[in-house]
Design a binder for this molecule. Structure first.
Ligand SMILES: [Zn+2]
Ligand SMILES: [Zn+2]
Length: 258
């Protein structure tokens, strides 16, 4: 049975609620890491699970979703080199990865000169498209966010992840009918927030998305303030009558799809 496990749920950086964005999708015998924010590799390494990864998908090039790719690359480089794994990401991530490798590679060591490029095989995620990742169908939707950011939907297992971005009618349609919606709810409320300009959702917005999309279960995540996590879950329940969970490291959700 496919299962989603939360590795990290904090917006911006690690916090008392654990690492920044990172989710492990176990499906079809594969272990797929979705987003690789700061703290994610430490959490996986603690349980010796970095070597188990079959693929990585990154939603966008903000640091809280991708900056641990360098740590991942070094971890898979020594003491023994692990086989390269596919890395799927929006085209805009490529120059960022090249910059990271130029900044953090070790020119005097051939095998560590470009750690990310050496330990991963980069594949572009196409916007507004459906493609196959190791036999798993994945659809993308371009979120309203300052840089190219893809929400992800896995139609065969009924799972949708919003990544970062604002609520929109088109997003409702994209998430429609999911069994599990993992939605960013960065803020408890909209006071003093430029939701439309920067592109984020509140707890009520995530609940509204879940309700309008007719999903079965909502998991809220990407908390700006870890202390607001339970309040965000409760506020999301005010606009969505289905079951709601607040993401937290170690929380899992078993999807019913075969
Ligand atoms: Zn973020
Ligand atoms: Zn972002």
């Amino acid at each position: 049975m496919p299962e989603l496990e939360v590795i990290g749920c904090r917006a911006g950086s690690p916090g008392v609620c654990g690492p920044a964005s990172g989710y492990l999708l176990n499906v079809q015998g594969l272990s797929v890491l979705i987003d690789c924010g700061p703290g994610v590799v430490a959490a996986l390494a603690k349980d010796d699970r970095v070597a188990d990864l079959d693929a990585v998908i990154v939603s966008h090039a903000h640091a809280d979703h991708c900056s641990d790719l360098t740590a991942l690359a070094y971890h898979r480089s020594f003491p023994r080199r692990l086989p390269p794994i596919p890395l799927f990401a929006p085209p805009e991530l490529r120059p960022v990865l090249e910059l990271m490798d130029r900044a953090f590679g070790i020119p005097s060591l051939e095998e560590l000169r470009t750690p990310i490029a050496t330990t991963t095989a980069l594949h572009p995620l196409l916007p507004q498209a459906e493609q196959e990742i190791l036999g798993l169908r994945v659809a993308t939707f371009t979120m309203h966010h300052p840089i190219q950011t893809f929400a992800l939907r896995f139609p065969s297992i009924g799972f949708t992840y919003t990544a970062d971005g604002a609520l929109s009618d088109a997003l409702v349609e994209f998430a429609s009918g999911s069994e599990l919606l993992l939605a960013e709810a960065t803020y408890l409320n909209s006071e003093g927030r430029d939701l439309g300009g920067h592109g984020h959702m509140t707890a009520e917005g995530a609940g509204e998305l879940a309700r309008r999309a007719g999903v079965q279960h909502l998991m809220v995540t990407h908390f700006a303030d870890c202390a607001e996590r339970d309040a965000i879950r409760a506020r999301a329940e005010s606009t969505f009558e289905g079951s709601v969970t607040a993401a937290s490291p170690g929380v899992t959700f078993a999807l019913s799809a075969a």
